[in-house]
Design a protein around this ligand. Structure first.
Ligand SMILES: C[S@@+](CC[C@H](N)C(=O)[O-])C[C@H]1O[C@@H](n2cnc3c(N)ncnc32)[C@H](O)[C@@H]1O
Length: 256
């Protein structure tokens, strides 16, 4: 008989978040799958495996990895039909997993001390598209803040993480090689995500490799404007920094 341990991911707060984001993943994947002819998926930073199961139920052949062996073992016990392994998204060795039509990277990027290297690794793993969800600061200027994180099974492996701005995420995606980057206009139905200045979902497409019909994708998926040629923004003011500092403090309290 399989043993299921109670983890951080089984708190009521987390279960609500998983449900809201799971609904969004289902909706997007159901539309992306026929449009992009998706058959394989990789869940990066999979925790105890819940989104891997959603991807599998959507008809994709799924692999998943997490940096913590205890999460990987728990995921294997919960979803024995999915292939889970230990892997570090910040280590280029992760590229040895190969390429996947869809790469899902939810709730991971802002827990890393090398987010740009991670994005480069994710690019190498992405055959057709990367669906990325990350906390970020509401600024189009590309900068990052180094934060301390609690030592917990759903956080950074090293207790520190660089936290980027939205503009920084977009820039890193383009510089890593993604040819089209979209902001999701509809976020999951959850209080944490409705504060759209805090959490963002972004789709990066590897269009050169896949010849995806971008017009159809954006029409079908409510993806808002392509984020190329962003207008220059005024320098970040002292007031904005105070706002970010209080946002950062508030995120630290919640764990994120
Ligand atoms: C906040 S949880 C997100 C879990 C799930 N993807 C979600 O969105 O709910 C972050 C997960 O990333 C894992 N993680 C942290 N740093 C990692 C790294 N460098 N490589 C792979 N996984 C990592 C943690 O162990 C944890 O399971």
């Amino acid at each position: 008989m399989k043993t299921i341990s109670r983890t951080q991911f089984d708190s009521n707060y987390y279960l609500d978040l998983i449900e809201a984001r799971g609904d969004t993943i289902r909706r997007i994947v159901n539309q992306l799958k026929p449009a992009l002819n998706l058959s394989t998926a990789l869940d990066a930073g999979c925790g105890v495996g819940f989104f891997g199961k959603i991807l599998q139920d959507a008809g994709l052949s799924v692999r998943a990895f997490d940096g913590r062996i205890e999460n990987v073992e728990e995921a294997r016990s919960r979803f024995p039909q999915i292939s889970f392994e230990r892997g570090n998204v910040e280590n280029p060795d992760i590229r040895k997993l190969g390429q996947f039509d869809l790469v899902l990277c939810f709730g991971l990027l802002y827990h890393l001390e090398n987010p740009f290297l991670a994005i480069r690794n994710l690019y190498a793993l992405t055959g057709k598209c990367l669906l990325l969800e990350s906390m970020c600061f509401p600024d189009e200027e590309p900068w990052m803040l180094l934060r301390e994180e609690p030592n917990r099974e759903d956080q950074s492996l090293t207790d520190v993480a660089f936290y980027a701005t939205e503009g920084g995420l977009v820039k890193m995606l383009y510089r890593a090689g993604f040819t089209s980057v979209y902001r999701m206009s509809t976020l999951p139905d959850h209080d944490d995500l409705c504060q759209s200045h805090v959490k963002k979902m972004i789709l990066g497409q590897n269009a050169e490799r896949t010849a995806v019909r971008l017009r159809i994708v954006s029409a079908n998926f409510s993806l808002s404007q392509q984020v190329q040629n962003m207008p220059p923004l005024p320098a970040v003011s002292a007031e904005s920094f105070r706002e970010y500092a209080s946002l950062s403090a508030c995120l630290s309290e919640r764990g994120g």
